[in-house]
Design a binder for this molecule. Structure first.
Ligand SMILES: CC(C)(COP(=O)([O-])OP(=O)([O-])OC[C@H]1O[C@@H](n2cnc3c(N)ncnc32)[C@H](O)[C@@H]1OP(=O)([O-])[O-])[C@@H](O)C(=O)NCCC(=O)NCCSC(=O)C[C@@](C)(O)CC(=O)[O-]
Ligand SMILES: NC(=O)C1=CN([C@@H]2O[C@H](COP(=O)(O)OP(=O)(O)OC[C@H]3O[C@@H](n4cnc5c(N)ncnc54)[C@H](OP(=O)(O)O)[C@@H]3O)[C@@H](O)[C@H]2O)C=CC1
Length: 420
């Protein structure tokens, strides 16, 4: 495998796929074993990750193909339980590839920590006193993380907000911290706790919560793609995709499902690289609702040539140091497979996968419907649950898809028929 583009990859055996992946990514035989041999996460490691450990739990690990992002080829490590997701991502990346793939960027890696102050006698005066003493606040925070500062990060700026609430006015300080290659939760929470007494001194109030915000508006990942109308099946398909997008942009009921389709691509990469899925989900959905109405995380429009232009922008608090990324052996292989040099680069890739995933889903929805592609792959799941293997499994899948009866009872009925 010389590039991330590989037609018919899915027809290979899992062993042959891994050989191809090794050739492209340069992972060693021992590293490959970490993902191919069950039990890579030892009980000892697991016991150090969470509490009350009694075992480990496995998910399939696959690769998204055909991705070209900022002119570089990537094989995307994806861990998910849902059939058709990797096929769909690879499918969209293949269509995008014909026209240069994805172009991604980011807004930097600044996280927000919130310090909530109550019972402030003069909130407006307190706000200005906090701004006046910004340098001292920065100094107190940065003393807590010399390593981050040494690498060029640390607290850089702050915002002060006065919020009306059911218990009266509260002053909320946003510490803006460049956490570089860390997701940053631990780093910013430590700073927020350290600076709280000084904030109380400045405001005359009482500090309550000191915690990061997952609405990471200063840590956005962005990606765009232009797909030739010919790669999509013609101008009519472009129009249909734009109509599908218009529905999501206008209606929160549809936007929730549209964005779920985006997360179908995003979360598997977040899991594979050992990052925090809840942080990414909450950030994405809060960002989608920032105008007051929950809406689509992507946009789709037509350019002057009639080709389809898609964009995505969302908070992307992922890290390469800290969290599970540095503990889970498979997460380290996933990061190595990507060959990423910074957390921002990882964020750009993840946003591009989300955009690709959305394209595949809405193209299917706007044309033939989701069931043919999705259900034909889901059928393999159902046939397997019914106990089918090998040739019999393939025959049962074929029958269920052709007869449009992808149901467990029918798979069981066919199982009986083929076992006679
Ligand atoms: C499923 C496909 C890709 C079939 O699509 P197709 O047109 O039958 O595919 P194809 O045979 O023309 O193949 C095109 C490429 O797709 C990939 N591909 C094709 N088949 C496989 C496979 N078996 N295993 C791995 N990869 C596969 C592969 O890269 C292949 O290139 P090739 O290798 O042939 O050069 C298409 O129908 C599709 O993209 N569907 C979208 C499916 C989807 O979005 N699934 C997510 C679950 S549904 C959901 O949860 C989200 C949703 C829908 O509700 C979101 C929303 O509402 O917006
Ligand atoms: N609301 C939320 O989302 C919350 C999430 N979490 C969890 O927090 C975890 C992530 O915390 P995080 O702070 O990222 O992890 P860590 O605290 O483990 O790692 C970050 C630290 O690594 C050190 N470091 C070394 N090299 C670098 C570099 N190049 N760039 C940045 N930092 C570097 C820094 O200093 P030093 O060595 O001095 O530490 C930095 O503070 C996740 O597991 C998440 O689930 C926790 C609370 C809330």
């Amino acid at each position: 495998m010389k590039t991330s583009s590989y037609s018919g990859f899915y027809k290979l055996s899992p062993e042959d796929r891994l050989k191809e992946v090794r050739e492209f990514t340069g992972i060693s035989e021992e590293e490959a074993e970490v993902i191919s041999v069950p039990g890579a996460l030892s009980m000892d490691k697991a016991d150090h990750m969470i509490e009350n450990v009694i075992g480990t739990y496995q998910y399939p690990f696959g690769v998204g193909l055909n991705f070209l992002i900022n002119g570089k080829d990537y094989l995307i490590p994806m861990v998910t339980e849902e059939p058709s997701v990797l096929a769909a991502a690879s499918n969209a990346a293949k269509m995008a590839r014909d026209n240069g793939g994805f172009f991604a960027s980011n807004s930097g890696s600044v996280m927000i920590a919130q310090v909530q102050v109550l019972d402030v006698p003069d909130p407006n005066g307190a706000k200005i006193r906090i701004y006046e003493n910004k340098d001292k606040i920065i100094q107190i925070c940065n003393e807590k993380d010399p390593v981050l500062v040494e690498h060029g990060g640390g607290m850089q700026d702050l915002d002060v907000r006065i919020i009306d609430s059911i218990i009266g006015k509260m002053v909320v300080v946003h510490l803006k911290v460049n956490t570089l290659d860390a997701m940053g939760a631990n780093a910013v929470n430590t700073m927020a706790e350290a600076v709280a007494p000084y904030i109380e001194e400045l405001t005359g109030g009482t500090v309550y919560l000191r915690i990061l915000s997952n609405l990471a508006i200063h840590r956005l990942a962005r990606s765009r793609v232009t797909v030739k109308k010919e790669s999509l099946g013609g101008a009519e398909v472009v129009d249909k995709i734009i109509k599908a997008y218009a529905f999501a942009a206008a209606d929160p009921f549809r936007a929730a499902t549209h964005n779920k389709g985006i997360m179908n691509g995003i979360i598997p990469v977040v899991i594979a690289t050992g990052n925090d899925t809840r942080a990414i989900e909450s950030g994405a959905h809060a960002y989608a609702a920032r105008s007051g109405q929950y809406t689509s995380l992507t946009t789709w429009e037509k350019n002057a040539e009639g080709d389809l232009v898609g964009t995505i922008e969302l908070p992307m608090a992922v890290g390469l140091v800290g969290g599970a990324t540095k503990i889970h052996p498979a997460a380290q292989i996933a990061v190595k497979m990507l060959g990423v040099k910074s957390a921002s680069e990882l964020g750009e890739i993840i946003a591009s996968v989300g955009l690709a995933q959305n394209l595949a889903a809405i193209k299917a929805l706007a044309t033939e419907g989701i069931q043919r592609g999705h259900m034909s792959l889901h059928a393999r799941n159902i046939a397997s649950v019914a106990g089918a293997k090998g040739d019999v499994l393939e025959k049962i899948v074929d029958r269920m898809v052709k007869e449009k009866k992808v149901r467990l009872e029918y798979a069981q009925e066919l199982m009986k028929e083929y076992s006679k």
